[in-house]
Design a protein around this ligand. Structure first.
Ligand code: GGG
Length: 357
C-alpha cells in the first residue's frame, strides 16, 4: 500500500488552523481507503520559531523537507516582524531551493458561491493562472548603498532566465491542451516599460507558442489584464505571468470567485527532483487568527492538488466533488461566505460528505 510522506509546515496566523483541517481530510481518506496511507512530519517553523532562534526555519530545513513526497504549507507573516523577513526566511527559500518554478493557481466560481461581480453563474469564471515562481521580480538580488544616509541608494533586480521563462510558459500551454476548454493562453507582462526582461518574456512566449498551433494566444500588459479580470473574467482560460504579476492577478482571481478562502495553489518542481509544495493562496490573516473562523477549503482544495500531483487523481476528484457539494448545499460555511460555521465544523462536514460518497 502506498504511504505518502507529507511534510506539514503550518506556519503563522491562520496557517495552523487550516492545515489541521487539511490533515483531517487526508486522515479520513486514509481511514476509508485501504490503498492509501499518510506519514506526517510537522515542522514548527515560522514567526514564533524566529522569535526563539532568529531564523524562520532550521538551517538544514531544506534537507529535512527533502525526505518527503510533498509539503502542505499554511501561511507566513506576522504583525510584529517585517514581511520581507518572514517571506524571505520561510516560503521563498523553499520555492527557490526546491526549484518549484511552476505555480498553478486555479480560479473557479463554484455553484453556491456569489461573485462580487454581477451576472456570473457557476463555472462562468474558470481560469488557471500559471505564476513563474522562483525568479523574476522575486529573485532577491539587490542591495543598499550609503544606507541610512541622505544619499542612500537601493537596487532590486528582476531576473528572467530562458530556463525559468520557457518552463512556465510551456507548462501553461500544456495545461491549456490538457484542460481542453477555451484552448487559449494569455501572457501578461509590462514590456512597454520593462524593455529587457519582459521583452525577452514576450519573445520566449512567441517562440513556445509556435509549438502549440492549436492554442489561441494573447499578450496583455498587466494593467489591462487587471482591468479585464474584473470586467471580463470569462474571456480568460489559462494565464501565464511573472512571479509578481502572477501573485497580484491571483488575488484578484480569488476575490472575484467569492473568497480568498477558496483559492488553492500548487508550487511544483516539474522535474520531480524535489518535493512540490501545496498551500492556500491566502496569507496569515491576523485579523481572524485564533478565532476559529478561517475558511479551510482553500487548504483542502490544495490537498486535492497535492494528491493529484502524487498520482492519486481518484482521491483528488473525491475531495473536489465533496467541496463542490458543500458549497452547493451552503449549509456549513465560514463567515467569509456568509455562514456562521467554524473552521473545524467545515472540515468535519467535508469528512462527513467524504464518508457518504
Ligand atoms: N499561504 C501563502 C502565504 O502565506 N502567502 C503569504 C504571502 O504574502 N505570500 C506572497 C507571495 O506568495 O508572493
Amino acid at each position: 500500500m502506498p504511504s505518502y510522506k507529507i511534510a506539514l509546515v503550518p506556519g503563522d496566523g491562520i496557517g495552523p488552523e487550516v492545515v489541521d483541517e487539511g490533515r483531517k481530510v487526508m486522515d479520513s481518506l486514509a481511514a476509508q481507503d485501504q490503498g492509501m496511507a499518510f506519514e506526517y512530519t510537522s515542522f514548527p517553523w515560522g514567526s514564533d520559531y524566529y522569535r526563539e532562534t532568529g531564523k524562520m526555519m532550521a538551517e538544514d530545513g531544506l534537507e529535512q523537507l527533502a525526505a518527503h513526497d510533498a509539503i502542505l504549507f499554511g501561511a507566513v507573516g506576522d504583525p510584529h516582524i517585517p514581511d520581507h523577513i518572514t517571506l524571505n526566511g520561510l516560503i521563498l527559500p523553499i520555492r527557490r531551493g526546491f526549484d518549484q518554478g511552476v505555480c498553478l493557481r486555479p480560479a473557479y466560481l463554484h455553484e453556491g458561491v456569489t461573485s462580487p461581480l454581477s451576472g456570473f453563474g457557476p463555472g462562468e469564471i474558470d481560469m488557471a493562472v500559471f505564476r513563474e515562481n522562483t525568479e523574476g521580480e522575486y529573485s532577491n538580488m539587490g542591495g543598499f548603498l550609503y544606507q541610512g544616509s541622505a544619499d542612500e541608494v537601493s537596487t532590486q533586480t528582476s531576473v528572467f532566465t530562458r530556463r525559468g521563462t520557457e518552463r512556465i510558459i510551456r507548462a501553461a500551454f500544456e495545461h491549456a491542451r490538457k484542460r481542453n476548454k477555451k484552448r487559449k493562453v494569455t501572457s501578461v507582462t509590462k514590456s512597454n516599460a520593462m524593455a529587457y526582461g519582459m521583452v525577452f518574456w514576450d519573445r520566449v512566449f512567441q517562440e513556445v507558442a509556435r509549438e502549440y498551433p492549436d492554442i489561441e494566444t494573447e499578450s496583455l500588459l498587466v494593467d489591462r489584464a487587471c482591468m479585464d479580470f474584473v470586467r471580463g473574467p470569462q474571456w480568460f482560460d489559462v494565464v501565464v505571468a511573472s512571479n509578481l504579476f502572477g501573485d497580484i492577478l491571483t488575488d484578484i482571481g480569488a476575490i472575484i470567485t467569492g473568497s480568498m478562502g477558496l483559492a488553492p495553489s500548487a508550487n511544483v518542481n516539474p522535474e520531480g527532483a524535489y518535493p512540490s509544495m501545496f498551500e492556500p493562496v491566502h496569507g496569515a490573516a491576523f485579523d481572524i487568527t485564533g478565532k476559529g473562523v478561517a475558511n479551510p477549503l482553500a487548504t483542502i482544495l490544495a490537498v486535492a492538488m497535492m494528491l493529484d500531483h502524487l498520482g492519486r487523481p481518484d482521491a483528488a476528484d473525491r475531495i473536489n466533488a465533496v467541496v463542490e457539494e458543500n458549497l452547493r448545499q451552503g449549509r456549513v460555511r465560514t463567515p467569509d461566505l456568509g455562514g456562521n460555521a467554524s473552521t473545524s465544523q467545515v472540515g468535519d462536514e467535508i469528512v462527513r460528505l467524504l464518508g457518504e460518497g
